[in-house]
Design a protein around this ligand. Sequence first.
Ligand code: UFG
Length: 349
Amino acid sequence: MRVLVTGGAGYIGSVVAASLLREGHQVVVLDDLSTGHEDAVPKGAEFIQGTLRDDSRGALGRGIDAVVHFAAKSLVSESVARPGLYWDNNLGGTLALLDAMRIADVRRIVFSSTAAVYGDPVRVPIEETALTRPTSPYGASKLAVDTALAEYARLHGFGAVSLRYFNVAGAHQDPGGGWLGERHSPETHLIPNVLAVASRLRSISSGAAAAASSGSAAAAGPAAPGTDRPVQIYGDDYPTADGTCIRDYIHVTDLAAAHLRGLDASIPGMRRVYNLGSGAGISVREVIEMCASVTGVDIPARVAPRRPGDPAVLVASSARIQAELGWTARLDLRAMIADAWACSTAQPR
Ligand code: UFG
């Protein structure tokens, strides 16, 4: 198949583009590089730098059979500060893409949706039938696209699959091009933040060891300002076993495999929605402990105030995609952290 990957220069989009190429598909990436990186576009993919509004038609004109749609703004806190930006980009941009698809008669789409459509859950694990009550413009804009896709399936015969991700983590080793990992700016996610502290401490201790062996006075001096920042744990008074928030982490490589199944299932006229998680609830403290175990660095952490809008527990039921498409998460938290660490310490692409 010839697949258009919008947002294919981003974290998840680039991994899915690489996985599609490996499976023998042809890939065209459309990305405006507002948050993505051109060097993340896998070798072998055609790259178009452009926006959904201006360039969907041109991209679809290149013999496209199906679309995997990632291009979006995805920071919850930014969406609260600038809701209009999120509605305009995430819903407006997608409507432009969908109309261009209708005109070009490309009717298969897999959409990057999110657990944020559910908001604060009444019950966990969260099933696809749970109430959707997003608590941020980010979640609301993604839910609006999910709704639009249902309409395009019903009224225009689209085959539309929405994949609602829980906490995506890890990095993907692309045999053709090295590591593909998370490079957000600013970085808000837990695992990259914890690994950044580990990396800083490791470079300080290796610098100190080098200075000590060369007899430099710096070895005995205090750490430079800013280098001793611990991980911040946003709240330890939640109603969970250790008081910190519980999330369901899923390896980006597993996530990519689900997109390939989703593509096969995007049968014209059919609308499908699937949650993607591992079903395992892991606390913030457990993540920090696993990062310490993987990196061998004793990672300092301090409790900070709760981050507004964080639900205490988010865990997916992925029973539906397992039953209908035979997908299940295979890689555990240790693999996610080990791969993210290997990626962050590898040579830049
Ligand atoms: N956390 C910390 N310290 C940090 C960063 C995060 O304690 O430095 C905590 C958060 O408070 C949260 C947990 O770690 O309890 C996970 O936070 P992330 O920012 O890594 O991920 P979120 O659960 O906030 O976000 C995920 C997806 C979003 C989605 C959201 C839905 O990344 O796209 O779930 O709630 F919108």
